[in-house]
Ligand binder design. Structure first.
Ligand code: SF4
Length: 161
């Protein structure tokens, strides 16, 4: 299975969530209070970004200045968002020979951060992609481990009933 940016984000939040997502176990995300889901208010960027599809599976948002932007609700989960963005930068660089800069944006906090892909990041991303392939190809999900995000996770009822 092809690894996506969302899988890289889930790898950094919860391996069990990653496995559920990659193995087609989905939930109605509109009806749960997920903290790290797709319901991010990015209306402040609507007129500044365009969606670009790469290889039919990766959707990027490109700003007027050419940077790739990832809009997040809160910087509380900064690492998953940063790694998701670095995956996009890594994919463009290694698969398409396109070298661009990223921007992490938190509209509710009026915060923006420039993200560059380093050589170490490239090596780390190779390792992460291999690790994700390993996790999602297992026949069963990893055991649930209680985390602060569990109460707001879309898969809560599959872990803690
Ligand atoms: S409820 Fe917790 S353990 Fe279960 S998938 Fe979500 S984050 Fe992972």
């Amino acid at each position: 299975m092809d690894v996506t940016g969302l899988m890289v984000k889930y790898y950094h939040t919860c391996h069990r969530e990653l496995w559920f997502y990659a193995n087609n176990i989905d939930v109605d995300r509109e009806n749960v209070g997920i903290r790290h889901g797709s319901a991010v208010d990015d209306s402040s960027y609507e007129d500044k970004k365009r969606s670009v599809f790469v290889d039919g599976r990766i959707q990027l948002d490109v700003l007027d200045n050419g940077n790739i932007v990832e809009v997040k609700r809160s910087s509380a989960l900064e690492e998953p968002g940063e790694m998701q963005l670095k995956f996009y930068l890594w994919y463009l660089k290694t698969k398409k020979d396109i070298d661009v800069t990223g921007e992490l944006a938190y509209p509710t906090e009026r915060k923006r951060e420039s993200i560059e892909l380093t050589h170490e990041d490239e090596q780390e991303m190779e390792r992460i992609v291999d690790a994700i392939q390993e996790i999602i190809s297992e026949p069963t999900p990893p055991e649930a481990e209680r985390k602060p995000i569990c109460d707001a996770c879309a898969y809560h009822d599959l872990c803690w009933v």
